[in-house]
Design a binder for this molecule. Structure first.
Ligand code: TK8
Length: 346
């Protein structure tokens, strides 16, 4: 072929290829307009696979893979194999991991306002918590995440926390005195347990079983599904139904990753997190009920705590919540409480 013929051939072929390439980019590429690319999403949580959070994450994986026609793949890591809540959150901020679903409590060092969910005895039912989390207050808090390189896609459920320990049943406020209790890394929890006369020691969740087994601490507090899934019944004889606080999970995505996604891919992530979240909450409420029976069967000595005693505990920790309401924003706390009141009237 003569040189000029070659040049001509290339000259003709190139524009054609560019057009084809252009089509490819809008159809399958991750352009701003839409499109779904091959993606790998590393998702890690602190709890075990059998916990409703693990089952919810499985559902999320299924949904993302289905909605993306198998292009977006989710790799799940359970049981804190990628690190504890704080470490995984940092990995998201650094763009090293794409998804995690921590309790809101360990995030309070970063976004102080999340601490309003750590106030004891605010919610009586899960539905009351949902009305706050899915309403204005919860949404306002999600908006604080992007400046910390995180995107929040809604709230899942850890649930109402109850106390376990190796010393004695806790039936009254007095019974907290002197108990060494592991708390989450959260100042409201720390101060509240101090006020009750306990000796709190903050620790990452992934270290709790060993600390209980080795008697570094006497007790811990978590929702029943978590107590069961983490097998605390093997090292904790007493379970007291204190129901002292409700902990939400928040579904987090790395902002660095999110910003690379097309609108279509973002929608897949958002819809899947919400659908899986609804499934997770339903499963969690059921599992919390079932876990109580299972923990009894496993030999835990379970005691109820009367409403009158809970009221006393609430009074004791009131100076703590008053102090933190000022710190986190009295308006935000008032908004939460008025939302709870509304939910109670329904
Ligand atoms: C699991 C934690 C756990 C929480 C805790 O990653 O730390 O006690 O209740 O569920 O988020």
């Amino acid at each position: 072929m003569k040189n000029w013929v070659k040049k001509l051939a290339i000259g003709v072929a190139l524009p054609g290829m560019l057009i084809l390439g252009g089509c490819g980019a809008t159809k399958t590429g991750g352009s701003e307009k839409g499109g779904i690319q091959e993606r790998t999403i590393k998702a890690g949580i602190g709890l075990n696979e059998d916990h409703p959070e693990g089952q919810g994450l499985k559902k999320f994986k299924e949904l993302v893979e289905k909605k993306s026609g198998g292009k977006m793949k989710v790799q799940n890591f359970y049981s804190a194999t990628l690190g504890d809540d704080q470490k995984m959150t940092e990995a998201l901020q650094g763009g090293l991991q794409e998804v995690t679903i921590p309790s809101t409590s360990p995030l309070v060092g970063m976004i102080k306002e999340y601490g309003i969910f750590d106030f004891p005895f605010v919610f009586n039912t899960e539905e009351e918590a949902y009305s706050v989390l899915d309403g204005k207050v919860g949404k306002e808090l999600l908006k604080k995440l992007p400046e910390h390189k995180l995107i929040g896609l809604g709230y899942w459920e850890n649930g109402f926390r109850n106390l376990t320990n190796s010393k004695h049943p806790v039936k009254t406020a007095e019974d907290f005195k002197g108990l060494k209790i592991r708390t989450m890394q959260n100042e409201v929890h720390l101060d509240a347990f101090k006020k009750l006369g306990a000796n709190p020691s903050p620790m990452a969740f992934s270290e709790v079983f060993t600390a209980l087994e080795g008697k570094t601490v006497d007790g811990q507090e978590n929702p029943l599904a978590t107590i069961k899934s983490s097998k605390y019944n093997e090292v904790q004889p007493y379970l007291s139904m204190t129901k002292h606080v409700y902990t939400p999970f928040v579904f987090l995505v790395s902002k660095q990753f999110w910003d690379k996604l097309s609108k279509e891919e973002q929608k897949i992530m958002r819809d899947s997190a919400q659908e899986a979240g609804k499934y997770q909450r339903d499963l969690n409420r059921k599992e919390n009920e079932k876990a109580l029976e299972d923990l009894k069967k496993a030999g835990m000595k379970v005691n109820e705590v009367s409403d009158a005693e809970k009221e006393k505990m609430k009074e004791i920790v009131k100076p703590v919540t008053d102090k933190y309401a000022k710190k986190f924003g009295q308006d935000l706390v008032d908004e939460m409480m008025s939302e709870v009141e509304k939910a109670r009237k329904k």
